[in-house]
Design a binder for this molecule. Structure first.
Ligand code: ADP
Ligand code: MG
Length: 686
């Protein structure tokens, strides 16, 4: 069977099932084998009852003790069983499975694998998988069973079966990685890796299979980057800029001094813009380090020199906020430049008007979203393009924006803390400036990790802060099932909180399902303190700046990656007031506490992410996305930093020998690179 054959050519997949697979983006058998598991069920040696830990999925063995009981109500029948071993007795329950009463009536040894939860004083196992008689567990012992992301109507078992079949039937056209590279870096073959990533016999095999696929992903990414970067050598700077006294006057009028790191970054940028070659620079700085003002200076410099400068932000809310900041500053400090906003949610008439002012050069400073790279927009002497929160965009989008001008300067801002060495690989063609200090007026954020019993106290604390004139964020528990449920959840939470805090406080809410103009309305109201408490999903994460907000309360914080929590926390502590971050968690597990505690002691994003990895077990490898950098399908820039380095070495080597990948053994790479380039084009998370 060829890779591009439709999946209905597999046994047992009819038209209806095929439709369900389409929902998962699986059309061909090739797609199916590349539909990787989200994680694995690990079938470990059973433990003793006394060794059970809450919040873990564990396997336990024992003897059935007493009679199986069926209780609850007709709608939700609960089957209860007690299991005993030398160390204790464990209560086990199942929902809607009354037939177990007969099935387990024979007594004897049983093995159960399920989630251990705390109920009152004791531990309880909920809805476990049953191995009865216990000898049945032998077949599964030590195996890893893939868990796939599902859609309604498809079961995990169904996907497993289909994948198994496809893996046997597909003839792969060959190995995408040249053999000499595979050998040099000790990587498994493609086919072997495919099997190993779906049905590993043991953990080691999974790690190796995954490493091979991650390597390939990074390798083709780096190659496509290099191959497109190779083509355009550093172009000459066509925009001769002259020193502008107004720049210094502006800096003097600012209510704060730039930090030394901000000054250095601005100095790098100015040197580039005055230099012989066009600028290609990444400014990297942790949340709140003050990147916006640096971008503004660069844009202003271009504007005062009679050119245009444009800044693209990943979200509408952020674009509007930048627009407002720029507009206010220019008016306040007498900078004679016009700012224009261009976003997707503007009406056709508004857009036309904006296009006109942009094309005529009436507007010099332009801020917006993806709308900036649409066909209709023509710029006038565009000398500088800035992308904010670059990690949210693909390389192609940055290039598309740059192509709107005649080789303009390129400035890229990113808050994702990646070490310089990695940044250089990932942003191959860019020079890097790092803003590694926070403005002086900042007080360190006070953190605490608390359980849900503290909720009332937290609300009271928020109210006190609000009375002092401050504002608060609440990040709602995540709902994984659907966006609609998540929206409902946020709305309910906000309503409930409104009741608790009373009428003197206005609670607003924000979630991904809201229409853009509604989101903007809420954000604007929050930034003007018309709303004091903003209940939100993680949509708030990117770049929002409301310095008056001093409390961040994060519900269910155990469910987030630490790097993401760090980003969320960065929404407070942005002004002169003392700020607080409350990590709330219902989990009593020691690991959770230990993980969250890292945030208490560190403010260094990269350190936080790497500690997180150290503490999470191998069962969790797919669990939480750390970096959010560029959304690789498998690889994660933090987790797989070592592989990234190796892939970079290999890419350098191969291009030295065969700059256009024309050699026979490298031909198969063309396909992967093409796929990668297309992917980068589409790649945004929002
Ligand atoms: P980020 O780097 O996360 O994009 P911002 O540029 O949004 O951070 O800056 C955060 C806040 O810090 C803004 O309110 C900004 O006005 C303020 N700020 C920036 N630079 C300084 C500074 N040198 N001193 C004091 N406040 C500053
Ligand atoms: Mg920012």
């Amino acid at each position: 069977m060829k890779e591009n054959e439709r999946i209905c050519s597999l046994k047992g997949i009819g038209e209806k099932t095929e439709g369900l697979f389409h929902k998962l983006g699986v059309y061909t058998v090739g797609d199916l084998v590349r539909y990787f598991p989200q994680g694995y069920n690990v079938y470990e040696q059973p433990v003793l009852i006394s060794e059970l830990e809450e919040d873990h999925v564990m396997t336990v063995g024992g003897a059935i003790y007493g009679k199986v009981q069926v209780g609850g109500n007709p709608k939700l029948q609960v089957t209860t069983l007690y299991v005993k071993d030398l160390t204790g007795t464990l209560k086990v329950i199942w929902f809607r499975m009354p037939f177990l009463k007969n099935m387990l009536a024979g007594g004897g040894q049983i093995i159960l694998r399920g989630k251990v939860v705390r109920k009152g004083d004791g531990l309880l196992m909920e809805h476990p998988e049953i191995f009865y008689p216990s000898t049945k567990y032998q077949e599964k012992l030590d195996s890893l069973q893939p868990v796939y992301s599902l859609t309604k109507g498809l079961t995990n078992n169904g996907i497993q079966k289909a994948v198994k079949q496809a893996l046997l039937a597909v003839e792969f056209s060959g190995d995408t990685l040249p053999e000499n590279i595979r050998r040099a870096y000790g990587l498994m073959g493609y086919q072997e890796a495919m099997r190993g990533v779906h049905f590993p016999q043991e953990k080691e095999e999974f790690y190796e299979a995954r490493a091979r696929l991650v390597f390939e992903e990074f390798f083709s990414f780096i190659l496509s980057l290099r191959l497109s970067a190779e083509q355009k050598e550093r172009m000459l700077n066509a925009y001769c800029m002259r020193a502008q006294p107004m720049m210094d006057q502006f800096l003097q009028k600012l209510p704060f001094d730039l930090t030394a790191a901000q000054k250095n970054a601005w100095c790098d940028i100015k040197n580039d813009m005055d230099g012989i070659h066009v600028m290609s620079r990444l400014v990297q700085g942790d949340v709140g380090s003050g990147k916006t003002i640096v971008a503004l200076l660069a844009m202003m410099y271009a504007g005062l020199n009679g050119c245009q400068a444009v800044m693209m932000a990943p979200t509408e809310v952020l674009a509007r906020q930048h627009y407002q900041t720029f507009e206010t500053m220019f008016r306040q400090y007498d900078v004679p430049l016009e700012v224009e906003l261009l976003t997707g949610s503007m009406t056709a008439a508004q857009k036309r008007a904006a296009y006109r002012r942009i094309e005529s050069g009436e507007a010099q400073i332009i801020v917006g979203t993806h709308a900036l790279i649409q066909k209709g927009v023509t710029y006038c002497r565009l000398a500088l393009v800035v992308t904010d929160e670059q990690h949210r965009f693909g390389v192609r989008q940055r290039e598309t924006l740059a192509k709107k001008g005649d080789t303009p300067h390129v400035l890229v801002m990113s808050a994702t803390p990646i070490p310089r060495t990695l940044a250089i690989i990932l942003y191959g063609d860019l020079d890097v400036s790092v803003i590694n200090e926070l403005p002086k007026n900042r007080l360190p954020i006070k953190n605490c990790v608390v359980d849900t019993g503290y909720r009332a106290t937290a609300y009271a604390f928020m109210k006190k802060q609000i009375t002092k004139g401050r504002q608060c964020y609440v990040i709602c528990p995540m709902v994984e099932e659907s966006d609609a449920l998540e929206a409902e959840n946020v709305t309910d939470y906000a309503r409930n909180l409104q009741d608790i805090l009373g009428e003197s406080v206005k609670v607003g809410c924000l979630h991904g399902k809201m229409k853009q103009d509604k989101k903007d309305e809420v954000m604007l109201a929050f930034s003007q303190n018309e709303i004091q408490v903003l209940v939100s999903t993680t949509v708030i994460e990117v770049g929002i700046d409301v310095p008056n907000a001093t409390v961040m309360l994060i519900e269910n914080s155990e469910r987030f990656g630490l790097a993401q929590l760090h980003q969320l926390r960065g929404r407070v502590g942005r002004g002169k007031h003392q700020s607080y971050c409350i990590f709330m968690t219902a989990s009593k597990s020691k690991e959770t506490k230990e993980r969250l505690d890292i945030l208490n002691h560190s403010n260094d994003g990269f350190h936080i992410a790497s500690e997180d990895l150290r503490l999470r077990g191998p069962g969790d490898v797919f669990g939480i996305r750390q970096s959010g950098v560029m959304n690789f399908k498998l690889g994660d820039v933090y987790q797989d930093a070592a592989i990234l380095q190796k892939a970079n070495e290999a890419a350098t080597e191969i291009l030295q020998k065969d700059p256009y990948l024309k050699e026979k053994e490298n031909i198969l790479l063309h396909g992967v690179i093409e796929t990668m380039q297309n992917k980068m084009n589409l790649e945004t998370t929002l």
